[in-house]
Design a protein around this ligand. Sequence first.
Ligand code: SF4
Ligand code: SF4
Length: 197
Amino acid sequence: MSAAQFIISDRFSAAPGRSGRIICTARTTGTLPHKNVPALTKADSILSMKSKKSKNENNAKICAEVRQVYDWLDSQLKLLNIDCSACGKCCDFESFGHKLFITSPELLYFYENLKPLKQMPGPACPYMENGKCTARDFRFAGCRIFFCKADDEKINELSELVIKKFKALCDEFNFPYRYVELSAALNNPELLKLIEL
Ligand code: SF4
Ligand code: SF4
C-alpha cells in the first residue's frame, strides 16, 4: 500500500498582478472580444508554454525518481525470496478482502506511461485481465509489496520506507502529496486534473 502527491496545474489561474483588463488584438478585423472575456495575448501564450514546459520537465524528473524507488524496492523484495504464483487474485480487491492505496507521484508515473488511464467501475483493478496484470512494469508500490504469504513485519517495514521516499520526493519537487485508494485515484476527475497537462 502506498501514497501519492502532485504538481498542481496553474493553467486556470490568473497570472499575479493581472487585472483582467481587456486587450484588443482584433483591430484589423474590427471585431472586439466579449467585454467579460479577456483575450489571450502573445505574452499569455508564451507564459503558458513556459509553464507547461517547466511542468513537463519537473514531471519527468519525478517519474525518474519513482522508477528508482521501484527498482530499489524490487531489489529489497528479491532478497526476501517470497513465494508468489502471480495468480492475480489479490488484484480483485473485494473478493480478496484487500485494499490498494497509492501515492500521487506513483499515479503520475503510471499516468505518464499508460495514459489515458482506465476508470475503475468495479471492485477489481481494471488493469487485471484474465488474471494477469497488464501494467506490470508500472504497477504501484502496493502491488509490488503485497504478498499473501509474506512476513507482515518485514513488509510493513518496507512499506513505511517506501512511503517516506515518496513523501521526500514530493517535498523535493514541490509536488502535492496524496495517499488514496486506487479506485479514488482512477475515478476522481479532480485528482487526475492534478497530473494531466
Ligand atoms: S496494477 Fe497490476 S498488480 Fe496492481 S492491482 Fe492492478 S492488476 Fe494488480
Ligand atoms: S500475492 Fe498471493 S494472491 Fe497475490 S498474486 Fe501472489 S499468490 Fe496470488
